[in-house]
Ligand binder design. Structure first.
Ligand SMILES: *Cc1c(COP(=O)(O)O)cnc(C)c1O
Length: 397
């Protein structure tokens, strides 16, 4: 968090290029940074507006900013969404809660399952809403003696955190009997097991009779929430009182066949690294190593990025980067902070050139989906797999 560069593009110009003549002291170039990622804040703002339009004003928007806002920087994203009048935030880690609270002094922050009662001082200081997933969980928090705002989590078929539907009524009654507890909400996270598990509609169907019971006893929490990215796209009927999308907000859901015509774009707009060494293969280095794709008289460029910044050690074969608008194949393996590419066909490549791992160069483009395929993951896997040491440059807004 300490090494995030300030917004290099404060005027909000639509330029996606690294602005060479602004922010002289803090850009990656000026700091001699060998690699960085670019986060397009205007994409997050526009994704937010698209989702908000779809859900309308009566459904609350709880922005899920876990994993440092899916790699986009929780503090910057919280500030942006706060200005856009988001209703609340959801996070898992204490680091993310601190970052969000700094940017959003007054918005509710829901802690998803993770923290325990030894975080009680922080919960009080940051005014966090905690999740309760069962009776034992509740009792351990009650033992702290402080007043608590909670959301109860019910497990409708994810087989993860949350009270089983059979225990929900009892847990809510127990909460209602405690002077120190205010139950602000009840939520579920729907499973993504595809055909293997219950469908999203089956899972939500498990909840409906329970809600009726809670209504009858006067214990229905004010906010009922079941929908995040996937069901938001597929099941508008599950919006209920609130939704808590994460991936969708950051444009990580790919080309979904959705029922709402929602158009989002990735906030992670570029990953770039400089050429830090260039050489022609040469007998004086001994026998050529057994590098996949190596050939005699190859000209190699070494880029200042590696698996220490979150790349895979072995991207799929034929994975390329863009240099001066041309494709240069990666010659694996990827090293801790370096990676080789074949620039034999790009004689104009120079020391210090930018290589594009994600993004456009000339007429060529590597999309987030291309990169996810090459790295054998999905778009969320790329965005959340990048390490904190790969500097973020926030563009736009
Ligand atoms: C991750 C998470 C979300 C957001 O999920 P997306 O699929 O990224 O929208 C919502 N709620 C909980 C409890 C989560 O853990």
């Amino acid at each position: 968090m300490a090494h995030r560069a300030p917004n290099p593009n404060p005027a909000g110009s639509p330029s996606r290029r690294w602005p060479m003549n602004s922010n002289h002291h803090h850009g990656p170039l000026q700091l001699g940074e060998a690699a960085w990622r670019e986060i397009d804040l205007s994409a997050i703002a526009s994704n937010y507006r698209a989702i908000r339009m779809a859900i309308g004003s009566t459904t609350k928007f709880i922005a899920c900013l876990k994993q440092d806002a899916y790699g986009c920087g929780a503090e910057q994203v919280a500030a942006l969404l706060c200005a856009a009048d988001v209703d609340a935030f959801g996070v898992v880690s204490i680091a993310d809660a601190l970052a969000v609270r700094k940017a959003a002094p007054r918005k509710p922050i829901l802690m998803y399952p993770g923290i325990g009662p030894n975080a009680v001082e922080l919960v009080r200081k940051l005014d966090l809403t905690i999740t309760i997933s069962g009776e034992e969980d509740l009792r351990s928090w009650l033992s702290t003696g402080i007043p608590l705002k909670i959301f109860v989590k019910v497990d409708l078929g994810f087989w993860r955190a949350g009270v089983a539907p059979s225990g929900l009524r009892h847990l809510i009654d127990l909460c209602a009997s405690q002077a120190n507890i205010v139950v602000d909400g009840l939520y579920a996270h729907l499973s993504e097991f595809g055909q293997a598990g219950a469908s999203a509609p089956e899972q939500v169907t498990r909840l409906l009779p329970l809600l009726k019971e809670l209504e009858a006893t006067g214990h229905r929490p004010a906010t009922i929430m079941v929908s995040s990215s996937e069901s938001l796209l597929r099941h508008p009927e599950f919006d209920m009182d609130a939704v808590d999308p994460g991936a969708l907000l950051f444009g990580l859901t790919g080309a979904h066949a959705d029922r709402r015509g929602l158009i989002v774009r990735p906030a992670l707009s570029a990953i770039k690294a400089r050429i830090v060494a260039l050489k022609a293969s040469d007998d004086s280095m001994g026998a050529p190593p057994d590098l996949p794709g190596y050939r005699a008289a190859m000209r190699l460029a070494v880029l200042g990025i590696g698996w220490g910044q979150g790349m895979p050690r072995y991207p799929r074969s034929k994975t390329a980067v863009l240099i001066r608008g041309r494709r240069a194949a990666i010659v694996p393996p990827v090293h801790l902070e370096h990676l080789r590419v074949d620039v034999s066909d790009i004689p104009e490549a120079k020391l210090g050139d930018e290589a594009i791992l994600l993004g456009a160069s000339g007429a060529e483009r590597i999309t987030l989906q291309d990169l996810a395929d090459a790295w054998d993951t999905d778009e969320t896997g790329v965005a959340c797999g990048l390490r904190e040491n790969l500097r973020r440059i926030h563009l736009g807004e």
